[in-house]
Design a protein around this ligand. Structure first.
Ligand code: GLN
Length: 389
């Protein structure tokens, strides 16, 4: 008898990610998709023009594996301006989105048996990647509604095998931001235990608290032990472009470049040109931000108007609703399934972004980066459906 192809155990039992599943269901059923995070208004015209010009006027052949020099330069200038970082282009590697950057970082840093501290909730790509690298994810739970980092709990999760910590700040799905004290405490733990920090900072530009983003990279002792990951998809609301980057110092950057060269080698070059130009377009960035802030206020007011309790949030494209506090006696998964089929609105159950024990089951996430009419229709549908529960 012929044997079946053997699939790596990490993938053999794996389902489809909640984001893909919700988007597919929304497409199938015609539901309004407030699940997977993406804006669906018009893309910024100057970015589209820049990409079109690049297609016609620039080379369409391989750029350097680590990315166009012009883009790496623009990323350095952007970070110097917005976060006071002093990076050189040699310390930036352009990737096919942040998800590739995360994979490159994990593959470069995690060896079999290494433990990696993952805060929960987390992007559901982290743990499988750690496992595929032979590492062991170690969960540290963050509790709603504030999702604070407790240094004692983190410290207790560290063992002699701990190699790295993965930090998503601002935090998706919660939309919360780590305080300076929390970042300093995490940095101290990394330094004392000689850990590397893989920092998924894709929401760094999507903050509504008026505070400039502060990377873990600037904390004492962290410059040489931080992998900072950014995303043009999030900065410009162009999630399908899949242009991201990694910033890291010295031999860390070299190692990440080596992984990247055999993961994707490089990323779509016209889009790299466009992002390089776009990072200099202060007006475009300001307009995008203002639009998202208005959409956030609109969804928040509408949800509250429908009697739903919205958790505190300072960043990301998402608002979270506390079902229990809203008097909705459904688990988040039931709510999401039923809202999709009965109200025609897709959401994300936050427990899908936790692994193992202890996930809260009373929170759902909604994406607000949609045109006003879409938000209003979603609110009308959800409001009527919730009233009838
Ligand atoms: N960041 C996206 C979200 O939170 C998910 C990313 C993806 O679907 N690959 O919705």
């Amino acid at each position: 008898m012929k044997s079946l192809p053997r699939i790596h155990p990490v993938y053999a039992e794996m389902g489809t990610t909640v984001f893909e599943r919700m988007s597919a269901l929304a497409r199938e059923t015609g539901a309004i998709n407030l699940g997977q995070g993406f804006p669906d208004g018009p893309a910024p015209q100057p970015l589209l023009d820049a990409a079109a010009r690049a297609l016609y006027e620039k080379s369409n052949q391989y750029p350097p594996s680590t990315g166009l020099m012009e883009l790496r330069d623009a990323v350095c200038v952007h970070y110097a301006r917005t976060q006071g970082l002093a990076l050189s282009p040699a310390e930036v590697i352009v990737t096919s989105g942040a998800t590739e950057a995360i994979a490159a970082a994990v593959l470069a840093l995690v060896s079999p048996g290494d433990e990696v501290i993952l805060f929960q909730p987390a992007y559901d790509a982290y743990a499988p990647m750690v496992r595929r690298a032979g590492g062991v994810p170690v969960s540290v739970l963050l509790e709603p509604p504030h999702f604070r980092y407790d240094p004692a709990t983190i410290e207790a999760a560290v063992t002699p095998r701990t190699r790295a910590i993965m930090l998503n700040d601002p935090l998706n799905p919660a939309g919360t931001v780590a305080s300076a004290e929390e970042l300093d405490a995490i940095a101290r733990i990394c330094v004392v235990h000689d850990l590397v920090a893989i920092c998924d900072e894709v929401w760094e530009q999507v903050r509504f608290d008026g505070v400039a983003h502060r990377s873990l990279m600037v904390c004492d002792g962290m410059a040489e032990r931080t992998v900072k990951i950014g995303s043009a998809g999030k900065i410009f609301g162009l999630t399908g472009w899949k242009i991201g980057w990694i910033a890291a110092r010295g031999n860390l950057a070299t190692a990440l470049g080596r992984v990247h060269q055999f993961l994707t080698f490089t990323s779509a070059v016209p889009l790299q040109w466009a992002v390089a130009e776009g990072l200099g377009m202060a007006d475009v960035l300001a307009d995008l931000h203002a639009g998202w802030a208005a959409s956030r206020a609109r969804l928040k007011a509408g949800l509250e108007g429908a009697g739903l309790v919205v958790l505190p949030n300072a960043a990301t494209w998402f608002l979270c609703v506390d079902l229990a506090a809203s008097g909705v006696a459904l688990t988040d998964r039931d709510f999401s399934e039923r809202a999709l089929r009965e109200a025609g609105v897709a959401t994300v159950p936050v427990s899908a972004l936790y692994e193992g024990e202890g996930a809260p089951t009373h929170i759902v996430r909604l994406c607000f980066t949609k045109p006003d009419a879409v938000l209003d229709e979603a609110l009308a549908r959800l409001g009527a459906w919730v009233r009838g529960l």
